[in-house]
Design a binder for this molecule. Structure first.
Ligand code: CA
Length: 221
């Protein structure tokens, strides 16, 4: 899952980014409304965290502009705690959720998860298919009643994305786009390496290669 964090307070942005990366998200940061709008137009984010008070262009205008261009990316707006009218404006502009500042990072992560799961037609709690259960807090995967395996950061991001998109063919460039932030080295051959490692942990037949197209996560009972 790749996020865009739009926040002009450099300390808050850095702190939040660190925590989101630890929670298994690839995160790009924009510190003004103009860069934010541009990134949201061109990069395939899974969700956006959008501060409203921004230099360059207000967050509300950025959001309205995305929605006017039919960009449906899930957006959580950050509002001032007591400013109920900011929340109303946010929803009117097309926000999916809001969080009042100051916030606890745990709440932001819980809201992001719920929003992303909902977007993929899943309930807000554990991410599981017929036999595979991904624990998003511990970043561990368990198959049936076997002992759980710990996952590295990239393995976790990749498996979560594939499980949320189970049954869909996902090309290597597409997976790179959702697993790495914009500053990472984007070598889609690396995806092959991580797929091989995941296959060792969850069983090779659960990630099917579609020659010339990509991979499909498939968990038959
Ligand atoms: Ca601000």
């Amino acid at each position: 899952m790749r996020l865009l964090l739009v926040e002009d307070d450099p300390d808050l942005a850095a702190l939040t980014r660190t925590d989101l990366v630890k929670a298994g998200f690839a995160v790009d940061v924009a510190d003004n409304g103009i860069d934010a709008e541009h990134l949201g137009d061109y990069e395939p984010y899974d969700a956006v965290i959008l501060d409203l008070g921004l230099p360059g262009r207000p967050g509300i205008e950025v959001l309205k502009s995305w929605r006017a261009k039919s960009n449906r990316v899930p957006v959580i707006v950050l509002t001032a705690r007591d400013q109920w009218f900011e929340r109303v404006d946010g929803f009117k502009a097309g926000a999916d959720d809001y969080l009042g500042k100051p916030f606890h990072i745990e709440e932001l992560i819980a809201r992001l998860r719920a929003l992303i799961h909902r977007e993929h037609g899943r309930s807000a709690n554990a991410l599981e298919t017929a036999t595979v259960r991904l624990d998003e807090d511990l970043q561990q995967v368990q198959v049936a009643n076997e002992p759980p395996h710990s996952l590295t950061g990239t393995e976790f991001r990749l498996l979560r994305y594939m499980m949320l998109n189970a049954g869909k063919i996902l090309s290597k460039p597409h997976l790179s786009d959702h697993v790495y932030d914009q500053n990472s080295e984007r070598d889609s051959n690396l995806i092959e390496v991580y797929v091989r490692r995941l296959r060792e942990k969850i069983g090779a037949h659960r990630i099917v290669t579609k020659r010339g197209q990509g991979y499909v996560f498939n968990d038959p009972t």
